[in-house]
Design a protein. Structure first.
Lengths: 267, 317
């Protein structure tokens, strides 16, 4: 009975309502608004520092990559990374604190909201944060002259999609880990390696073939390709392929954090 | 809104009905088949020591824990319809789970939104509720600035923001000092007068006899007895008790031998209790055995005596 209880099944149809999920999103927004000036400022500084150090500093030595200015090469990937970091911290550490220490979700559970509503609300909020981080980065980067295609106008959509994907991955992890210490694994074994090996700082095309095959499966690599196709190459076909990859993965896994959080909260 | 009588599904219909309710965690059976009927507009108490199954029962009623077996309806709906039930229920948790990052009034407004109540409604209602729980001046403070008693009152105000028909309270005064406890009791009695059904768990006899119209005593996942506090005391135990505090081993043996003269003798670690109808007669017998007159006294029987006679254990251990 206990193991197969219907409320604990992973592939159960989630009991979710968009309006209820939006209530949790609003709760997070209320708290963010109290401190947004403080929160948003580093969002502007960080890309500035990155582009300055990597793009102009390192770029002075590596003047060209594949015949492209180094700063132009790295900027789109950094936008994707900003989106990834924008949500990842929130759906891992922040969500875990709400789950375990602040008991915020326990309080929400005594209102009409379900655990799935809470999970979707967090995913939407994570996506919102990714959107803010990514778009701000892109705006700053624009002043460094890195935008080379009108397709860049599609970037906000792409950034939101990337944000949703990393929200789903992070929250699914959060819903299963027993201790906050486990997030070190998520960051050092998943986020950081992706950051270094997704082709942001160097192209993967001169590496052995198998590396490129592996890279195809890396979420951030697809996100980097998507942003680069829009901002740098103006290649709609390549952008669509990466966007489709991200969409399929996100849709396939979206039910996971919803039902995992139900499993965590309903006992 | 506090003055309006809350609407009820069917007048006089029970708010909670349980039949053969069971909750298992793995092989551990926390609730072992209980039957319940909670009437509307009253205060109904779950009394018992830690681990008796009262919090688990409340969690099932509050639809946050699905029953393993049995039937459970709340407000006329099966517990599977959790969303609808929770929309008409207020929950005061045992542990503080206020949003620590926003002010007192924002806590109410944000919580109200979960019930689809817009700020234009929840703000004035929240102000009124803060007045009701005597926190009007703390409106713009952060939760961490409040004392334990204030936080508990804020949790009560938060639970009332959706104007619920039923208020579920898990140990509402555990950890509060006597003054704070009395203030909470006063507010709960006022709510009851306004027609809100109260369900509470407690391990304080005084709280149960002060507040509850009906109660069940639970022990090891089962309901031992049900009734009003007065009914239970008059039904389950003799009216008078003589207590002898820390008697010597010889005195203890002699007191035990009074069984027969007393209706019942309860030998506890720190004291011996002798139950009977004629308390004065019993008192003089005990005084003849125990030398120290200040260690012996006569009192009326209470709920704790009911619990003791049913389980052989004291309620607060």
């Amino acid at each position: 009975m206990s193991a197969a209880a219907p409320s604990r099944r992973l592939l159960r149809l989630p009991d979710v309502r968009l309006r209820s999920a939006a209530r949790l999103w609003q709760r997070n927004a209320t708290i963010y608004r109290r401190t947004y000036k403080m929160n948003l400022l580093p969002n502007f500084f960080e890309p500035f520092l990155y582009l300055l150090a990597m793009g102009l500093g390192l770029g002075a030595y590596l003047s060209q990559v594949q015949g492209i200015r180094y700063i132009d090469f790295i900027a789109p990937g950094l936008v994707a990374t900003a989106a990834m970091f924008g949500t990842s911290y929130d759906v891992t550490f922040n969500a875990f604190v709400k789950l375990r220490f602040g008991k915020v979700y326990d309080a929400v559970m005594s209102t009409p909201l379900t655990p799935e509503d809470i999970a979707l609300g967090e995913l939407l909020w994570g996506t919102t944060r990714a959107f803010i981080y990514g778009v701000v980065f892109l705006i700053i980067a624009t002043f460094f002259g890195v935008v080379h295609s009108w397709l860049a106008l599609l970037s906000p959509l792409a950034i939101a999609l990337i944000g949703m994907m990393f929200s789903v991955l992070g929250l699914a992890f959060t819903a299963v880990v027993p201790l906050i210490d486990y997030f070190t694994y998520y960051w050092t074994l998943f986020i950081t390696p992706m950051f270094l090996f997704s082709g942001i700082f160097f192209p993967l095309d001169r590496l052995p073939e198998w590396v490129q095959t592996v890279a195809w499966f890396i979420p951030l690599h697809q996100a980097v390709n998507l942003m680069r196709s829009l901002v740098l190459y103006g290649d709609l076909g390549a952008a669509a392929a990466s966007a489709a990859w991200i969409l399929v993965l996100t849709a396939a896994l979206a039910v996971l954090p919803l039902n995992l959080l139900r499993r965590r909260l309903i006992r | 809104m506090l003055d309006s009588a809350p609407m009820s599904t069917v007048p006089g219909a029970p708010v909670v009905t349980a039949r053969g309710l069971v909750k298992r965690y793995g092989t551990f059976e926390a609730v072992r088949g209980i039957d319940l009927e909670v009437p509307a507009g009253r205060c109904f108490g779950f009394l018992g020591p830690n681990g008796a199954g009262k919090t688990t029962t409340m969690r099932m009623i509050a639809t946050s824990s699905p029953p393993t077996k049995g039937e459970l309806t709340v407000l006329g709906m099966p517990v599977e319809r959790g969303r609808e039930i929770r929309a008409r229920m207020g929950v005061v948790p045992q542990e503080n789970n206020l949003d620590e990052e926003i002010t007192v009034i924002q806590n109410l407004v944000v919580y109200a939104r979960y019930f689809d109540i817009p700020p234009s409604v929840s703000r004035p209602r929240g102000e009124e509720l803060l007045g009701f729980v005597a926190l009007g001046e703390k409106r713009d403070r952060m939760p961490e600035e409040l004392s334990g008693g204030m936080k508990r009152r804020l949790l009560i105000a938060r639970a009332l923001i959706s104007d619920p028909q039923v208020l579920v309270l898990d140990e509402p005064t555990t950890g509060l000092d006597p003054q704070a406890r009395h203030l909470v009791w006063e507010k709960l009695r006022e709510l009851k007068r306004r027609g809100v059904t109260l369900l509470l768990t407690t391990h304080y006899m005084e709280e149960a006899s002060q507040l509850c119209d009906r109660l069940v005593i639970m022990h090891e996942g089962r309901i031992l007895v049900e009734g009003s506090p007065r009914e239970l005391v008059s039904r389950e135990v003799p009216p008078q008790v003589v207590e002898a505090l820390e008697p010597t081993p010889e005195a203890r043996a002699q007191l035990a031998a009074l069984e027969g003269i007393a209706d019942h003798v309860e030998d506890l670690s720190d004291r011996v209790l002798l139950y009977g109808t004629d308390g004065e007669a019993l008192l003089s017998k005990v005084r003849a055995i125990v030398a120290d007159p200040s260690a012996v006294w006569l009192r009326g029987a209470g709920l704790e005596d009911v619990f003791l006679s049913l389980t052989g254990r004291r309620l607060i251990e």
